[in-house]
Design a binder for this molecule. Sequence first.
Ligand code: GDP
Ligand code: MG
Length: 361
Amino acid sequence: MDPLRQSPSPSSSRASSPRTFSCERLGYVGIEAVLDQLKIKAMKMGFEFNIMVVGQSGLGKSTMVNTLFKSKIWKSTMPGLRVPMPQTLQLHSVTHVIEENGVKLKLTVTDTPGFGDQINNDKCWDPVLGYINEQYERYLQEEILITRQRHIPDTRVHCCVYFVPPTGHCLRPLDLEFLQRLCRAVNVVPVIARADSLTIEEREAFRHRIQDDLKTHSIEVYPQKSFDEDINDKILNSKIRERIPFAVVGADREHMVNGRCVLGRKTKWGIIEVENMAHCEFPLLRDLLIRSHLQDLKDITHNVHYENYRIIRLKESHALPRGPGWVNLAPTPSPTPTGTRASPGPGKVCRWAEDDSDEDF
Ligand SMILES: Nc1nc2c(ncn2[C@@H]2O[C@H](COP(=O)(O)OP(=O)(O)O)[C@@H](O)[C@H]2O)c(=O)[nH]1
Ligand SMILES: [Mg+2]
């Protein structure tokens, strides 16, 4: 159990907070209307979601982002064309507003072309982890101002989709080294890319080998077991964990199949439908990222990953606030030799902020 979620000890400050009792009511009050109020407010504000895709060139990252959001967010490489290999790792972000049934989603996608493409991939994770920490730092700098914005723009990466090449063997040392660092800083969802190049049996065997590798190297990908909040989370997330990494196929073109228009890849043998579970596990990825866990990805980013960053940064800074709008934060140190900041390991991260302001209401 997450140590921070155990019941408070008798000596803790929470023990002295007033006890709460449920009381008998005489009639309908209308408390549930708060849900409508929240919905109206959320629709007015819109949602922000920031996703990062990491993996070698040609694994279908750009196509997958387009498939996920059914939009042309990135230009994917034309089939048949050689994928140009960037000489260095560069990070590119693009922001789009997607609206569906009155709900606005401000989506930022960060691509990492060049990751793992070089002959020497030593420390190729540094720019990726550097970018992730930069966004935490930006948020922190805004948050610590005494006069701060009502809504702090959120550029923090909520989810990183890691594309594993469909080799059918096991994770490469590069994948392991990177994932070990990445999982401590951000929510990571690994996927088996271009899964149409593997048979169903090969996909299953590859998935199990990857799961074993992750376990052996204590790499905790999203949804992390330690953050399941209740039995329902546990049941749902256990099913997801059994299927991760999802074997996905991406496509940003539509084809007619039995009179239906479907997103898919046309091959000599027929159409691979990306939304058909008999063909690939793209629907599981889409459901996890968009339909069932989008808000949880954001919550864990804020309550766990950002919180760890914030605690370390504030501990580093020796000075207390000195006057309006000013906190003396030590300058951002350069990444540690391991390529990331000294964040706690997966077992040590804390889900909840130490703040206990309105929780016991
Ligand atoms: N067979 C197959 N090809 C794919 C898949 N996803 C993308 N592609 C193709 O692979 C090439 C590279 O895709 P792209 O999305 O540009 O890869 P990126 O370099 O990782 O962004 C393009 O020709 C895509 O049409 C897939 O799931 N299966
Ligand atoms: Mg691309």
